[in-house]
Design a protein around this ligand. Sequence first.
Ligand SMILES: N[C@@H](CCC(=O)N[C@@H](CS)C(=O)NCC(=O)O)C(=O)O
Length: 223
Amino acid sequence: MGEGYLVYGAAGSGSTPVEATLTLLGEPYRVVERAVWQDAAAAAEMAKVNPLRQVPALVLPSNDSGAGELMTESAAILIHLADSHPGSGLSPAADSPMRPRFLRWMAYIAAQIYALYWVRDDITRLAADKAHETVLRERTAARISACWTMMELQAPPAGRFMLGEAISVLDLYLAVVSRWGPRRKGFYAAAPRLGEVARHVDADPRLTAFWAERFPFVEGWEG
Ligand SMILES: N[C@@H](CCC(=O)N[C@@H](CS)C(=O)NCC(=O)O)C(=O)O
């Protein structure tokens, strides 16, 4: 085993649940800050690692066969980290009755919700003019809210957290993605029971210092 995990990320971005997971696991990791959506130089640097110029990217600790494997795609990274630490309880085991639910909603957050931020983070990618920008912002916000509502109806939390009484990477993922626009107030309105789960994650004392550093609950943070 080498020198620990290397995370390419940015505060408040999709690397946040990855960093939170490593924090809960007590694994050593280092973050290379790449706020790719704000900074062209950071994006150019990121392209050397991930040609899509996106964070998060995770380099696994190197092993006997050489350099550590590179992972992108937040859901895959979170599932891998949890599964490779089976004692952590951060994912249900492959034979657990909760496993299909876990996989379904991990993929759902990534594909149905997170993917819309490719548009929202730089609306000019699809908007032809200012009026179009407004329409796209409104419609993607409505779609995100509708997706949270659908998730709540299909998968009401099984306890304090999505899968029961123990926190999993699904809860960490939900808690971070629900802080992006239309932000937590919109999320609480769309999915109040998922909102309760997110509040439990926010309040986990093992993560207090982590949130303060990487995604602080500053004045007005809920939107
Ligand atoms: N499918 C990717 C999406 C990653 C993503 O969109 N990351 C954002 C930051 S939260 C980003 O790097 N955006 C820059 C861009 O897409 O150009 C994942 O789940 O990891």
